[in-house]
Design a binder for this molecule. Structure first.
Ligand code: SF4
Length: 221
């Protein structure tokens, strides 16, 4: 999927493209991953304010994302709004790709690594540093799909995908369905309950997760 064909163009979205500001009463979509992994991490970081150094994987992932974004901008030939990209893709039968796409829904916001607009489907891609399509990562992708759908209401089906950032291989892809939206809505509600102090977040029962947790020194589970 990262092979470039003649029928494919990179595009950039006119500014303002995204915002890094925290959006009041909204949940950052990447926290859906944490919520599916261990909710207590959200409580420790965002309510207790415990700071933990980023893992080597997080630092390396951020550097790779920056490199991919730079490469994308260098290759980009056109500037298009998302709405116009849908029209152009359908009319001309081409694939249009953009990166770092900011989305804002009724309760969620975030930045999608890559969107691939084909004439008959949209693929929302999240780049990950591993080849295993963990459920936690899938939930995060559903969060992007849900929020994109709320914002743009595309007429074509949406697919979520995970891609190994080192190899460019798609490791998982599935069509976004109502049941996925419900999982996102439930996860968002649970995160909001942690933010509001109603809940301290359910700790994981998987000791292996605790062994590699950035917060294990501060967690009194
Ligand atoms: S130590 Fe375990 S329970 Fe505590 S935050 Fe980390 S993963 Fe969750």
């Amino acid at each position: 999927m990262n092979e470039r064909s003649e029928n494919q163009s990179n595009f950039v979205i006119p500014p303002p493209k995204y915002s890094f500001e925290r959006i009041e009463n909204h949940v950052p979509i990447h926290l859906l991953h944490t919520q599916a992994y261990c909710e207590r991490q959200i409580y420790l970081e965002h309510v207790e304010g415990i700071e933990a150094p980023p893992s080597a994987e997080m630092i390396s992932g951020s550097e790779k994302h920056d490199a991919l974004e730079e490469e994308h901008i260098e290759k980009a030939e056109i500037e298009l709004s998302i709405g116009n990209a849908f029209v152009k893709s359908e009319k001309e039968g081409i694939t249009l790709i953009s990166r770092e796409v900011f989305v804002l829904g009724s309760a969620t916001y975030g930045r999608i690594d890559e969107i691939i607009i084909e004439p008959k489907r949209l693929i929302i891609v999240d780049d990950k540093p591993n080849a295993i399509p963990y459920f936690t990562n899938q939930v995060q992708v559903w969060g992007y799909c849900h929020t994109f759908k709320e914002m743009y209401q595309p007429e074509i089906p949406i697919f979520g995908a995970l891609r190994h950032v080192d190899t460019g291989e798609i490791t998982w892809m599935d069509q976004f369905q109502e049941e996925h939206a419900l999982r996102v809505i439930d996860g968002v509600k649970r995160i909001q309950a942690i933010f509001s102090g109603e809940s301290q977040g359910e700790p994981t029962s998987n000791a292996r997760k605790c062994n590699s947790c950035r917060f294990r020194q501060s967690c009194k589970k």
